[in-house]
Ligand binder design. Structure first.
Ligand SMILES: *[C@@H]1O[C@H](CO)[C@@H](O)[C@H](O)[C@H]1NC(C)=O
Length: 319
């Protein structure tokens, strides 16, 4: 779905919900009919072929929608970045339509497979399938306009530098379905997610960039299926779940708040008042591991309470 539809849909649906509540009291419900009329015309426009959302990019920008995006420098723009994010079960596909930059003159246009903030990466170097140097794709190295670049997870970034006013580029962003999402940054402060790692030797991090309460409703770690004994320490476990907290982006530099290494069903919850919370599964590849959890942003009063008790000092812990 493109945003031309998505954004108005929220705006349209919200009053509909409110109106439907009151509907009983309104005899001739013309307002609702009007709203539906609007929805239908939006839908029709969406269905008509060739409709592509497009807009221009700012030097620092964030995109969560499909479409065609154009950047044109008004003056030398030396430190620009676009953040891309999709739903947890999507990856980002990026294709250049048009590039007019001066690679020899020091311009560049680089895609990064993940996000980088203040030198910290997501996914962390240890969780990403590629070595860090291969996570950058520099247009000036390849000079191949037709290449389609795909991210490994629901986030990606574009860095660019353009000296000459009038130069720029345009690109098409599409989101594709990822059947087994591994590393994810949540687009929303609240939600529910099931992570499945099917016989793969890999570690997956789900990052929520808000202070959060995590509620685990189900965890299956293959090896303890028959053995329902909770074990006291996770030492020696090959497959387990880690809850991490911290005020930084890189999960490998965050503070381990709890490890869970036995299967269970039923709620278990924990509040983590840091800027970033990560749920990480460590997986040996011998089993099918499956974790379902909900998350909810902590309110200000909950954060104040956590801070009063001094329990969240670890948020500021250095490596
Ligand atoms: C997964 O993480 C564990 C512990 O953090 C580590 O020992 C292991 O090597 C990692 N596995 C992979 C495939 O990166």
């Amino acid at each position: 779905m493109s945003p031309g539809f998505k954004v108005p849909l929220h705006i349209v649906l919200l009053p509909m919900v409110i109106l439907q509540g009151q509907g009983r009291y309104i005899e001739k419900n013309e307002i609702i009919e009007d709203t539906l009329g609007l929805l239908n015309s939006e839908l029709k426009r969406e269905l008509s072929e060739g409709y592509v959302y497009s807009r221009s990019l700012k030097c620092i920008d964030m995109l969560s929608v499909d479409g065609r995006f154009t950047f044109s420098a008004n003056r030398p723009e030396l430190h620009c970045a676009t953040f891309f994010i999709g739903s947890p079960d999507e990856i980002i596909s990026l294709e250049y339509n048009n590039v007019n930059i001066d690679c020899q003159g020091g311009d560049f246009l680089k895609v990064f497979d993940g996000w980088i903030l203040k030198g910290e990466k997501f996914p962390s170097a240890i969780d990403h399938p590629l070595p860090t140097s291969e996570r950058y794709i520099d247009f000036c190295d390849n000079n191949n306009i037709r290449t389609i670049i795909r991210s490994s997870q629901n986030v990606a970034m574009l860095f660019f530098r353009i000296h000459m006013p009038g130069n720029g580029f345009s690109l098409t962003i599409k989101k594709l379905i990822n059947p087994f999402p591994c590393n994810v940054i949540s687009q929303t402060p609240d939600g529910r997610f099931t992570m499945v790692i099917p016989h793969q030797k890999r570690n997956c991090s789900f990052s929520i960039i808000y202070p959060t309460e995590i509620m685990i409703s189900e965890l299956t770690l293959g090896h303890f299926n028959d053995l329902q004994l909770p074990i006291k320490s996770c030492g020696g476990a090959t497959d387990f779940v880690q809850l991490l907290g911290g005020n930084r982006l890189d999960p490998s530099r965050m503070y381990p708040v709890a490890d869970i290494c036995y299967s269970f069903s039923g709620p278990a919850q924990i509040k983590i008042g840091c800027d970033n919370t990560v749920v990480r599964i460590v997986s040996s590849g011998k089993y099918i591991n499956r974790l379902t959890f909900e998350y909810r942003q902590l309110g200000q009063h909950e954060l104040d309470k956590q801070n009063e008790n001094g329990v969240e000092d670890f948020c500021y812990a250095a490596d």
